[in-house]
Design a protein around this ligand. Sequence first.
Ligand code: PLZ
Length: 443
Amino acid sequence: MIGGPSLPQERRVVTAIPGPKSAELNQRRKEAVSAGVGVALPAYIVAGGGGVLVDADGNSLIDLGSGIAVTSVGNSAPAVVANVQSQVEAFTHTCFMVTPYELYLDVAERLNRLTPGHHAKRTALFNSGAEAVENAVKIARHATGRQAVVAFEHGYHGRTNLTLALTAKNMPYKQHFGPFAPEIYRVPGSYPFHDGRTGMQAAETAIRRIDRELGGENVAAVIIEPIAGEGGFIDPASGFLSMLAQYCRNHGIVFIADEVQTGFARTGDMFACDHEGVVPDMMTMAKGMAGGLPLAAVTGRAEIMDAVHPGGLGGTYGGNPTACAAAIGALDTIENDGLIERAREIGEIFYSRLGAMAEKFPEIGDIRGRGAMIGMELVEPGTGKPNAGLTSALAAYCHGEGVVILTAGTYGNVIRFLPPLTIPDHLLHEGLDVVEAGIAANV
Ligand code: PLZ
């Protein structure tokens, strides 16, 4: 089946979801795939494009998740497909560390130009968000000669050993997987809905903790997601990030923005840092960069990135030529199709529709985020306690009705919306109609 934007842009439910063919495949999964790999909605996909995913039973689902913020340019975006096709016909792999190729340079130059700040920059390419984060920490430690790394409450940075140490939440990520990498310290971030503090107050608390417990001169890096993703789409109060960045500058600490989830037009800016004009020393990127192919990057100040000895960074597949070709296709699509603007429009639709729902349902405690990265925190009316039960019931309802939505949050009580930026308005509205009916059916 051919996917891409020419797929009919409709929700079409022709069987139970998952239907009989998916159920059969899911049985095979249980017998072949480790039980440790979870699945949110076992509808097996055969095609995707625009704002839909088509499953093995012929259901057409509205995609409000983009495979966790990856297919921002839509599945099988034409420029991604064309670039990948011509690249796989030319050559599929040489290993950049053995015999290099121009596409890697194209991506590096593009990222050096697109990321915030006009200083000299360098880039290194990897395969996954976690691998980018690992390398960012390695580079920061090497460049500063220091060891301590500061991460935040509700932070998420991956599932490898070092990145699990940086990740805050135990279940399901860390449970029984320790011991974790040393020299990682966690401090409170800014969570306006819960802490009620201004950005400056929250930053002062974090900075006091760093000063008191570590001493700024011992810290190699501070790593933060400009909007916490897995932790619950937590948008820090304004001023928080800039004050933290300033503290890092004053103490020679490498300020790393983990834009793996927020990057590449998702938040209505090319990067979430752009919103407040924050210029990080280093940025980690992946997901939305390559239209669905696995590619990740670390871009940072030239003097930090070049501090590492030649041969100190690398990996067999990092910057794979096919993934680089896909990235060029995805970045062209973002720029040529005005997807940054489109993310803002999508955000306006979400805010107006969810705002109207919040008037009716006291269970909607908070609506937050930017652009096409919108979270809805569900609470128990009266007490304001996290309502994880309603959150999972709502997700299950939407899945059954052919709308793919994802949950998030330290307390499991956030519905997060991450539609492809190519989704048409009518599907957004129809998806939100289903969300509204799902809340009404479960309160
Ligand atoms: N940093 C900010 O959001 C990945 C995780 C899904 P990888 N988020 C999705 C899951 O349950 O495993 C993520 C992120 C931020 C780093 C990562 C890690 O990126 O490509 O999954 O390794």
